[in-house]
Design a protein around this ligand. Structure first.
Ligand code: ARG
Ligand code: GLU
Length: 677
């Protein structure tokens, strides 16, 4: 009896596990809609994606080429994350108007600030074009002949698709390792203006300390508006442009969320690898992640020491530090999560069964072949990653290598040479110690022999390179010959080694891997007939659904799924940059009545980088939040999803409303939004 119950319970768990994992193609959502409805969703498949009528997809945009945004009014008003709008807000800022520090609120439409270079894309339609893309393919083609054919056919498909109208952009993307191809047709709008942003002390509250972590209290939102020509079609910036009228926009729910509520995320996840072989996972979790974490720890330690020593350096390096630490932290969670889930061993066991099943058929020997390819790839890929995280991570070397590209003033404004030199020494010593000798450039080995040490070499570069002298660089002629400049030479020689000895091998192996994975993907689908597959993320529009849920990060601890302003006050500390909140928030809180003001929540939706800013939608299709992060214990979900630990972190839209009205004093911005309860 007990045993039956245990089996039943484990069946139930694995069923619900399957249910919350997945990033589904909107045009195929009819295959999932019954499950979504069984879990509480009240709308139908055509409400999510339709080419015949306005649907929710028309209210979602690819924002700035790497994030997601959503339309929330009939006049083109758009919400996304603060960290997605960050670089636009920064570019619009100056010493007199520091919108990052102080926030920005347009009091009238005239005050909305054009964000140059920013665009948004609406998905017009998506379509399976596999047969067109593979037209002319025959089995005896080599992989490179096949990929030439795919490129040629895709170009023709894209060309036909964009001929239809203004601002159209098309891409053809491979799904399931090229077993399927989809056409995506977007309409791109280039006149996008900043409407509102909270001060960073709200929009980035918790900074890198809280990044990738729960409990979270970040007001990670910014507000923009899309402008169009008088015909509502894309137009480059002009005073004549008018607010864009969307086919569809979200109503904003003030009804609140509670544990168990249905949630649905609509957005553009960037990249996942759920179907790779155990060897691929082992490389990531046991070799690549630890090596990169170690290199970044070295840099972060050095930078932190300098930043703690001077306010000026802290400002110069805060954004660089943030971007170094973002992936650094994610990799730690990822490697740990993969280890905890025993994914390598699980995959190995699966592969054993697969090999058994494949005997005598077309998939015989495939897994072994992929294993062999990894064996060849790994040392080269390790050298590639090491190069990227060392040589290319040194600011001076990078700048010297790109010159005359790159903005001289901008570079030196945020450059502190002593810190960079220390990074050079630490990183290149690691290169010397950890990259196997036969994979190191001869140039490097010879240089080390003649200088005697990385330190001595650093003295030469940082003492003699023209790039170590801002004034000298400013007066350099663009065609000056710099072949003997030690920084330039270092960059060039490494680049040469990289492109001549590392890249060609990786390219060849990767193309064999592509081919093998195409088979392996199909093989997995044939082998696991009852499993529901979803294509790996590739920055195309996806639906992920789940529910609001807390989790237990470790024994004896349970994390509730929502956070409140009370938690902000608990963290508030004027002496700690990441936790120093605006005085106005302290004052409002002191008045009382705001203890329970919601701030963030977590849910079980399967998301990835690129889902930042994605609308979080309730059972009625109304907006309840903005996705902006994942919990640290669940960042392995790009490789393997664990329903127990994988949670996405969302801004509760009611905090957005609170901040706009109470902190920004800009409630008028939300007058055009339709609220529901
Ligand atoms: N971890 C989130 C995302 O990749 C947020 C990153 C921005 N925030 C920060 N504190 N660095 O990518
Ligand atoms: N912060 C991520 C982004 O910028 C989203 C979080 C994630 O990777 O899930 O897209």
């Amino acid at each position: 009896m007990k045993k039956t119950f245990a089996i039943l319970a484990s069946l139930l768990i694995s069923f619900s596990a399957l249910a919350d994992e997945g990033m589904w193609l909107p045009s195929l959502i009819s295959q999932r809609i019954a499950d979504m409805q069984a879990k509480g969703f009240k709308l139908g498949a055509e409400d999510i994606y339709s080419i015949n009528q306005a649907s929710l997809k028309d209210a979602v945009v690819l924002f700035g080429g790497g994030c997601t945004g959503e339309l929330v009014s009939a006049e083109g008003l758009l919400f996304t994350n603060h960290h997605c709008g960050y670089s636009s807000i920064q570019k619009l800022s100056s010493v007199e108007h520091d919108y990052l520090r102080d926030g920005f609120w347009a009091m009238t439409r005239d005050q909305e600030l054009p964000a140059e270079g920013l665009n948004v894309r609406f998905l017009e339609r998506m379509e399976d074009v596999t047969s067109q893309v593979l037209d002319g393919y025959s089995l005896n083609m080599t992989e490179s002949e096949r990929s030439e054919l795919v490129t040629r056919n895709s170009e023709a498909v894209k060309k036909a698709a964009v001929a239809e109208g203004k601002g159209l952009r098309a891409s053809v993307e491979a799904l399931y390792y090229g077993n399927q191809y989809f056409l995506f047709v977007y309409r791109q709008y280039d006149d996008v203006r900043l409407v509102g942003a909270p001060p960073s002390s709200i929009g980035k509250f918790g900074g890198d300390t809280d990044n990738w972590m729960w409990p979270r209290h970040t007001g990670d939102f910014s507000i923009f508006r899309i402008y169009a020509g008088k015909d509502n079609m894309p137009a480059s910036y002009s005073e004549e442009n008018v607010p864009y009228t969307p086919k569809k926009y979200f109503k904003v729910s003030l009804g609140g969320v509670k544990e168990g509520d249905f949630t649905f995320i609509y957005g553009f996840p960037g990249s996942t690898r759920e179907y790779i072989m155990s060897e691929g996972v082992r490389y990531i979790s046991e070799i690549s992640d630890p090596a990169k974490i170690d290199l970044r720890t070295k840099r972060l330690d050095i930078l932190k020491r300098y930043m703690d020593s001077s306010q000026k350096i802290r400002i110069q390096y805060s954004s660089k530090y943030a971007s170094i630490s973002n992936a650094w932290k994610k990799w730690q969670g990822e490697a740990k999560g993969i280890d905890k889930m025993n994914t390598v061993a699980e995959k190995q066991a699966f592969e054993k069964r697969f090999i058994q099943w494949a005997k005598g058929g077309r998939y015989e020997g495939l897994v072994e072949r992929i294993g062999g390819l990894y064996e060849r790839l790994v040392p080269y890929d390790f050298a590639r990653e090491y190069y990227n995280e060392t040589v290319r991570a040194v600011e001076l070397i990078n700048f010297a290598s790109n010159w005359p590209d790159g903005n001289v003033d901008a570079f030196y404004k945020d450059y502190h040479m002593a810190a960079d030199k220390e990074c050079f020494v630490a990183l290149m010593n690691a290169f010397k110690d950890n990259v196997p000798e036969q994979f190191q450039p001869e140039y490097f080995k010879n240089g080390l022999a003649s200088y005697g040490s990385v330190e001595a070499w650093a003295d030469e570069i940082y003492g003699k390179s023209v790039f170590a002298d801002e004034k000298a660089v400013a007066s350099l002629s663009k065609d000056a010959s710099l072949d003997s400049d030690p920084a330039r030479e270092f960059a060039k020689e490494f680049a040469k080694w990289y492109s001549e000895t590392i890249v060609p091998v990786i390219t060849v192996i990767n193309s064999e891997l592509d081919l093998a994975y195409r088979d392996y993907m199909r093989g997995q689908m044939e082998f696991q007939k009852d499993k529901t597959f979803y294509p790996d993320a590739n920055l195309t529009l996806r639906v992920a659904y789940g529910h609001i849920a807390g989790y237990s990060p470790s024994d004896g601890v349970y994390y509730h799924p929502s956070s409140t302003v009370k938690g902000i006050m608990e963290k508030d500390n004027p002496d700690i940059f990441d936790y120093n909140i605006p005085q106005r928030l302290r004052d409002i809180y002191a008045e009382g009545g705001h203890e329970d003001q919601p701030v963030c929540f977590i849910a079980t939706n399967h998301t990835s980088g690129g889902n930042s800013g994605s609308p979080v939608i309730n059972e009625n299709g109304d907006l309840i939040g903005l996705n902006f992060d994942r919990v640290w214990e669940g960042t392995m979900s790009d490789i393997v999803f664990d329903p127990e630990f994988c949670r996405n972190i969302c801004l509760d839209v009611r905090y957005l409303v609170f901040v706009v009205r109470e902190i920004g004093g800009a409630g008028h911005i939300l007058d055009e939004v339709e609220f529901t309860n």
